[in-house]
Design a protein around this ligand. Structure first.
Ligand code: MG
Length: 352
């Protein structure tokens, strides 16, 4: 796996010029790191298994020690197109308690503006600057690496979210939805001509991926030396609540398969994003808590970056999976959902 640029110099550029962030893919070894064995949490917490504690005294265990919450969206704030019960009230209480909040999603199909509309449609008034989508991360990475100054354009496998974010930074692009109906000439002597000005191929989740797009990306990377950028590597996603669907890992895998190259990944998990938040808001990362419903992305993002982490059971991870001996990724705490942040110990006990 190739890491997005993470040198001090690149970070300085990032912090000086943009609100951009890039993301480094976690190592496989990190995925199996066990944490939490000796953490000095309250004696009142309840050790269950693998040193994972269910949140029982949220004020003392969490709210008193956290200034910034980073929320994954699907499975934490909403499920599909349905807001999880009680979320608006809980977010209001967090704001009243002067907690900063950021909403992070690896889904690149929408831009930040697109996500703002989704928040609006669900009745949540979230400022756009609190939203970090992987479509924004891709644009931010191009901005960080001064791609625009190269005079090149990007080729997109992905949906409108990436296009809208590139529009905002003035980077020209081709592909994306415009190529969803195309087929290459595969008759005798047939070939696909590509634009020699393509300097980057961005691969995001694309419900209309086809062989034309794969071949175009392959030629740009293999023949034109375009940089291979992936918004994220999620294996599965939740198009519907009826089953898991092949995620962007499948699109990225197709391009890896025909180029032999590893992408620069710009989605979660992101050390530079945390460094950006630390710098911009002057917060100590030990007082940041990552809240998500996935162990291998959200919780790992937290543990890899020295944050607190909290797993909610309102998404894809069951309590059984969390507490299974096979699971080695352990958050500091877990809770049924984020409404538990304001439950008293008595009400938490009553609800179990
Ligand atoms: Mg999620």
């Amino acid at each position: 796996m190739k890491f997005a640029a993470s040198t001090t110099a690149m970070l300085a550029t990032l912090l000086a010029n943009t609100s951009a962030f890039t993301v480094r893919q976690s190592s496989a070894a990190a995925a199996f790191r066990t944490v939490g064995a000796s953490r000095p949490f309250s004696h009142a917490t309840k050790p269950l298994a693998a040193n994972v504690m269910k949140l029982s005294e949220p004020q003392k265990e969490l709210l008193d020690t956290v200034d910034v919450f980073i929320f994954d969206c699907d499975g934490v704030i909403w499920r599909g197109d349905s807001l999880i019960d009680g979320i608006p009230e809980t977010l209001d209480k967090l704001r009243k308690a002067n907690k900063k909040m950021f909403f992070v999603t690896n889904n690149s199909t929408k831009s930040r503006a697109g996500y703002k509309k989704k928040f609006d449609s669900l009745g949540l008034d979230i400022p756009a600057e609190e939203i970090f989508s992987s479509s924004f991360a891709a644009a931010a990475y191009l901005e960080q690496t001064k791609f625009k100054e190269s005079g090149k354009k990007a080729y997109i496998i992905g949906e409108i979210g990436i296009c809208e974010e590139l529009d905002l930074i003035g980077v020209p692009y081709i592909g994306g939805p415009a190529d969803s109906e195309k087929e290459p000439n595969m008759g005798p002597g047939g070939k696909l001509e590509v634009d020699s000005d393509v300097g980057a191929v961005i691969v995001g989740f694309d419900r209309f991926v086809n062989y034309y797009k794969i071949q175009y990306a392959q030629l740009c990377i293999n023949e034109e030396n375009a940089e291979f950028i992936a918004t994220n590597l999620d294996a599965v996603t939740h198009l519907t609540d009826a089953q898991e669907w092949a995620g962007n890992g499948s699109m990225v895998g197709a391009i890896k398969g025909c180029t032999g190259q590893e992408p620069t990944v710009v989605g979660k998990p992101s050390p530079l994003m945390i460094e950006y938040l630390e710098s911009k808001y002057g917060v100590d990362r030990k007082r940041i808590c990552m809240v998500g419903d996935r162990l291998d992305t959200d919780v790992l993002f937290g543990t890899d970056n020295g944050l607190k982490s909290l797993l909610v059971l309102s998404g894809v991870t069951s309590e059984e999976k969390l507490l299974s001996p096979e699971n080695a990724i352990t958050p500091d705490f877990y809770a049924d959902d984020i409404n538990a942040f304001f439950q008293t110990e008595e009400s938490a006990v009553e609800s179990t």
